[in-house]
Design a protein around this ligand. Structure first.
Ligand code: IMP
Ligand code: MG
Length: 188
């Protein structure tokens, strides 16, 4: 495992994003919605640097890979959403990889009637984009490597690392018994 972003770098990046976001939404009603589970560490640090009033909520995006569903089909659980009518919506996610999660979440939240929808991601991975949508605020551009820590997991582990590290090919195993939730559903 190799450290990609130290705690100090993350701290600076999150402060920079918080300042961009504060300026952008100055004086406007703002609802911030994190995409579970990967966004929670970033979300918690980001909102504590926003010195303003805001509503907070969460959505869970699960991609189903079973035989009955098309690959990447996304199911969004919206039970923890705040009221979005009359609010500008800022979505928070850990990483923009193909962009399909963010694209799916945005499509499903637009009918909730926010004044606008934008997004912030901590990381954007190079060379993987499929979706048309781009994140509006990006913390760090990273190479096409599998990363963990600061909320990001590998098969449920490493989310609590206080830094971001990339896993080497040898550390990425396909052994089925190491995949507790490999059956149908993968939470992002
Ligand atoms: P996307 O839909 O392909 O943009 O990726 C969405 C989700 O895949 C992210 O929110 C993460 O949960 C997960 N993901 C993508 N790349 C990585 C990675 O390098 N490490 C851990 N999770 C990742
Ligand atoms: Mg995620």
């Amino acid at each position: 495992m190799k450290t990609l972003l130290t705690q100090h770098q993350l701290d600076e990046g999150v402060s920079r994003l918080a300042s961009e976001i504060s300026h952008y939404y100055r004086g406007q009603p703002l609802a911030i919605v994190g995409v579970l589970t990967g966004s929670i560490v970033f979300l918690a640090d980001l909102i504590r640097r926003l010195n303003r009033s805001l509503r907070l909520g969460l959505v869970q995006a699960s991609s189903y890979r079973g035989a009955a569903t098309s690959p990447g089909e996304l199911v969004i659980h919206t039970g923890l959403l705040p009221e979005l009518k009359g609010q500008h919506l800022l979505l928070v996610d850990d990483i923009y990889d193909t962009g399909l999660t963010l694209d799916g979440v945005i499509r499903q939240l637009i009918p909730h009637g926010p004044l606008s929808v934008r997004s912030v991601v901590l990381l954007r991975k190079h060379g993987r984009k499929i979706a048309a949508i781009e994140p509006d605020h990006v913390g760090f551009e990273i190479p096409n490597e599998f990363v963990v820590g600061y909320g990001l997991d590998y098969r449920g582990a490493y989310r609590n690392l206080p830094y971001v590290a990339s896993l080497e090919a040898a550390e990425l195993s396909d052994t089925p018994e190491l995949m507790p939730d490999s059956s149908l559903r993968g939470s992002t």
